[in-house]
Design a protein around this ligand. Structure first.
Ligand code: HEM
Length: 439
């Protein structure tokens, strides 16, 4: 068994795993920064459920991990608890050649011009959302953004625009995302169908209903007379062929639709909620954004605001890889079987990369591109987020629409504390806001 403090592992906080886990869940950024201050850029932490893992906050070591041969780094294994929802063909749960095959099929619909074509869809969805915000009303941004990002996935990824069908998909899929995913992490004796009132039994029924709708949608799309001209992700996947000329099977298509919803809906909503919490509390950023967008010349600044927000408030604190053979990282020889966490949140707070790293300063990104291994909200290497470009375009378009059409006021006096729920960092209170007036 691997133990923190064993001579082969880097130093790290001792004490029971339950203590480190609670600290990480309740104060993730503060805890990680404190461990880094005490133990350096490479440190070991023992966590409940995840076991012993090594955080790496050194960009050079992360670059080494994310470039070249990565066949000895597994990520699918750790996502295995998600397999009951996303299915056995999901890019999330596969490793090795099978993972690469799915990835090659999935990537093209999320690149370049394909993503640009989603801009219009996102704008429409954002405008319809904001049109429903009445002066004086209060809501949490995270909730509203969840509604919005679901709609964007339905239209841009699933290619479903008919309101009734969007509602049916929402009713069938969101309960799975809301409570079903937590069920996956239940102890194994509870992951059994003990009738329709047991969590696992309820989940099986929800999944059956969702599958019915997803397979029906795939069938309808396959038969659509305009399939060749359509630009939604599902249509592109139906036309895709692997290196041997094989199309994706029905089960593969279903699993990847579920995967894109699971990986892309909540994450983008949370990133947007964090972004609004920052922008609304920095009036100088908000007014510059409005001014530049008003002049019709605000694209660079808009992009910089999104980039800086993802730096200061990444949704995932660390990527995760399991070593299949011993390997040296950050000066330590780590044994096979250990989990290694490229520490996204810590790299983003390095003063040597980002002077005044704790401050929200979008202008730091105005002068050029981000450094690959210094800016990692979407992870890296052969597991880098497939939806990264879509998520950034979505954040930019929603931000543009909101700041150009309404005046919002944060309800709480302080920025929302960052906590971990499930596997993502989220604002504890969901960023409550009040609508003041139309801008
Ligand atoms: C702001 C929003 C998002 C954030 C912060 C985010 C972040 C991430 C991160 C950190 C990873 C793991 C990368 C690694 O291990 O190196 C990941 C993987 C993934 N993401 Fe995203 N993501 C976002 C939105 C999306 C969207 C919109 C989609 C699709 C519609 C998506 C689909 C995926 C998929 C399929 C993977 C698995 C890739 C693989 O294993 O090869 N994500 N994402």
């Amino acid at each position: 068994m691997l133990r923190a403090g064993s001579p082969r592992l880097p130093p790290g906080p001792g004490g029971p795993a339950v203590w480190s886990t609670l600290r990480l869940l309740e104060r993730p950024l503060e805890s990680l920064l404190e461990w880094q201050r005490r133990y350096g850029d490479v440190f070991t932490v023992r966590l409940l459920t995840f076991g012993t893992g090594v955080y790496v906050a050194d960009p050079a070591a992360i670059k080494e991990m994310f470039t070249g041969d990565q066949s000895d780094l597994r990520a699918g294994e750790a996502n295995e608890p998600l397999a009951p929802f996303v299915g056995p063909h999901s890019v999330l749960v596969l490793d090795g050649p099978e993972h690469l095959r799915q990835r090659r099929l999935l990537l093209p619909p999320f690149q370049g011009s394909a993503v640009q074509s989603f801009r219009e869809v996102i704008r429409e969805v954002a405008e319809a959302e904001v049109a429903g915000w009445r002066p004086g009303s209060e809501f949490t941004m995270r909730e509203r953004m969840r509604v919005l990002t679901f709609e964007v996935i339905c239209r841009a990824v699933f290619g479903v625009t008919e309101a009734g069908q969007v509602e049916r998909l929402r009713a069938a899929l969101l309960p799975i995302m809301d409570t079903g995913i937590a069920t996956a992490f239940l102890p194994s004796f509870l992951r059994r169908d003990l009738g329709r009132f047991s969590p696992w039994g309820r989940l099986q029924r929800q999944l059956a209903r969702a599958d019915q709708l997803l397979y029906a949608e795939i069938g309808r799309r396959r038969a659509a007379p305009d399939l060749e001209r359509r630009t939604d992700v599902l249509s592109l996947l139906l036309r895709a062929r692997d290196e041997e000329g094989r199309p994706m099977s029905e089960a593969e298509l279903r699993d990847e639709l579920m995967t894109m919803l699971a990986a892309g809906h909540e994450t983008t909503a949370t990133a947007l909620a964090f972004c609004f919490d920052l922008v609304l509390r920095h009036p100088e950023v908000l007014s510059r954004l409005r001014e530049e967008l008003g002049d019709g010349d605000g694209e660079d600044y808009l992009k910089a605001v999104v980039t800086e927000s993802l730096r200061l408030r990444p949704v995932i604190d660390a990527a995760e890889r399991t070593l299949t053979r011993p390997r040296v990282f950050g000066g330590y020889e780590l044994p096979a079987g250990i989990r290694v966490y490229p520490a996204i949140a810590l790299v983003h707070r390095r003063e040597d990369l980002y002077p005044q790293a704790n401050r929200f300063k979008p202008e730091r990104f105005l002068d050029g591109e981000t450094e690959s291994y210094a800016w990692l909200p979407f992870g890296g290497g052969i597991r880098r987020c497939i939806g990264a470009a879509l998520a950034q375009v979505e954040m930019a378009e929603v931000l543009r629409t909101v700041v150009s059409s309404v005046e919002l006021e944060p309800v709480r006096p302080e920025p929302d504390p960052v906590v971990i729920r499930g596997i993502t960092m989220v604002p504890r209170h969901g960023v409550p806001v009040r609508v003041d007036k139309a801008a």
